[in-house]
Each structure stands twice: as C-alpha cells, then as structure tokens.
Ligand binder design. Structure first.
Ligand SMILES: Cc1cc2nc3c(=O)[nH]c(=O)nc-3n(C[C@H](O)[C@H](O)[C@H](O)COP(=O)(O)OP(=O)(O)OC[C@H]3O[C@@H](n4cnc5c(N)ncnc54)[C@H](O)[C@@H]3O)c2cc1C
Length: 223
C-alpha cells in the first residue's frame, strides 16, 4: 500500500511519519519550498548583517491530549522540542508596564529546536517518507478501474497513483483554492455531500503575523 499525503504542516507530517513507522510507504507533497506549513520559520538578514529567524506561525504549543503527550515526550527525548521557559504577559501602554503575568509552569509550553519548523522537517525525513516540496497538488481523482487515486500537479503532470490519499488542508475542496491558483479545487466532493457540508462549516480566518526584531533584549522594558 502506498499513500500520498498533501501538506507538510504538523498534521500532514505527523500523519506521514506515523504511516511510515507502521510500514506504509508515503509520498508527501507540499506546494511550499520547505516543511512546516503554519509552523514555518523565516530567515531574514537585518541591515547590519545579523541573521534573524522568525517562527511566524505558531510560536509554541501546549499539550493536553495523552496520545499527543506521548509523541511530544518522544520528540523531547531526542531534542526535537524543549520546554519554553518564559513568562507571558500583556504590555499596558498607558501604565507602561507588564500586566497579567503568567508564570512558567502553569501549563508546559513547548518549542521546536532550534525552530518550530524542526519538528516537521524531522518527521518529513523519517525513513519511508519521500518528501516533495514546491509541488502543489492540483487534482485528485479516484480511478475506479484501477482502485487507485490519481494525483496530479498544478500544471496537470501526473504525480503518481496511490492506494490512499490524506489531505491535511481543507483548501483541496474549497473555493478558496480557485482564488489562489485560478484553478478548481483538486477534489470534487459531490460523491460525499455530508463530508462536503462538514468541511464547509469549518471556518478559515485570515490573520497577519508581524515579524519584529529589537536591537536590544526586551527583558528591561517596563522595569
Ligand atoms: C500566526 C499564528 C500563530 C499561531 N499560534 C499558535 C500557538 O501559539 N499555539 C498553537 O498550538 N497553534 C498556533 N497556531 C495554529 C497552528 O500553527 C496551526 O493550527 C497548525 O500549525 C496547523 O497545522 P496543519 O498541518 O493542520 O496545517 P498547515 O500548517 O496549514 O499545513 C498545511 C500544508 O498544506 C500545504 N498545502 C495546502 N494545499 C496544498 C496543495 N494543494 N498541494 C500541496 N500542498 C498543499 C500548505 O502549503 C501547508 O504547508 C498559530 C497559527 C498562526 C498562523
């Protein structure tokens, strides 16, 4: 059995590595240049030549599910994640001080090491996972006569036939795909109207992430 996974964000990467660990060969496709999705890292060089690394998606995560905790402990044991020991608070601009300070330890915060994208990168490199970046999936068709899924790229080239496909981003069925690519979404869900309705109900909210670097450490602000 060979499976295609669309997306190398945390959900696609965990799915691909779990399948591979269980003996199912996986080909993972992501239209982005590298792994991570919304756990990506961006590298910039400042005007004075300093390297700046921004975790511009999720900056950290917490865990409440016991199965996830088991997986995260495994990552922690090999140095892929570590506890992020920082205090969180809001900065009150009127009184010029930090308020609502949340101490370390209330709920353990994890970060990827050295960056958030390290987790997905490591998972995408597991034995049994063949990762292809810069490859957008443009069409998914079930071939009745072969009992296989045909996976095609954005420009119509064949990316192979697979016994199973896992799509980790709802844009493979949403109208938003056309806004971005000018093409219809890869998967036509008219054969599964209930699933189509459920997916339609999942909201997608855009957000801006501001990548800001300071010349001096922030530790002294407000003290
Ligand atoms: C600014 C920001 C802050 C956040 N902060 C936190 C936080 O503090 N804690 C927390 O737990 N979570 C946080 N999140 C949410 C968290 O980042 C996401 O829930 C999580 O990373 C989503 O992972 P995913 O694998 O489901 O999707 P994604 O990471 O979006 O992965 C989907 C992947 O699929 C690829 N893809 C999509 N369509 C195709 C296609 N047709 N062909 C090929 N590839 C395709 C995309 O390129 C992408 O890489 C934050 C998110 C953002 C944006």
């Amino acid at each position: 059995m060979k499976v295609a996974v669309v997306g190398s964000g945390i959900s696609g990467a965990v799915c691909a590595s779990t399948l591979a660990k269980n003996g199912v060969p996986v080909t993972l496709f992501d239209s982005a240049r590298g792994p991570g999705g919304r756990m990506s890292q961006r590298r910039e060089i400042s005007e004075d030549g300093k390297e700046l690394l921004f975790d511009h998606g999720a900056p950290y995560f917490t865990v409440s599910n016991p199965d996830v905790l088991e997986l995260v402990r495994e990552w922690e044991s090999v140095g892929l994640v570590a506890e992020w020991k920082v205090n969180f608070s809001s900065f009150d601009c009127v009184f010029n001080k930090f308020v609502d300070i949340q101490q370390v330890g209330i709920s353990k915060k994890y970060v990827g090491v050295p960056g958030m994208n390290s987790i997905c990168r490591a998972l995408c490199r597991q034995p049994g996972v063949e990762s292809k970046f810069g490859v957008g999936v443009g069409r998914l068709d079930w071939l009745d006569e072969k009992n296989l899924w045909s996976v095609m790229g954005l420009d119509g080239q064949s990316l192979g036939n697979f016994e199973g496909v896992v799509a980790s981003d709802k844009n493979v069925v949403s109208a938003r795909f056309r806004d971005v690519t000018g093409k219809p979404p890869p998967l036509d869900l008219t054969f599964a109207p209930e699933l189509a309705a459920k997916l339609e109900d999942i909201p997608v909210n855009p957000c801006f992430a501001l990548m800001l670097a300071f010349a001096e450490p922030l530790s002294s602000v407000g003290h």
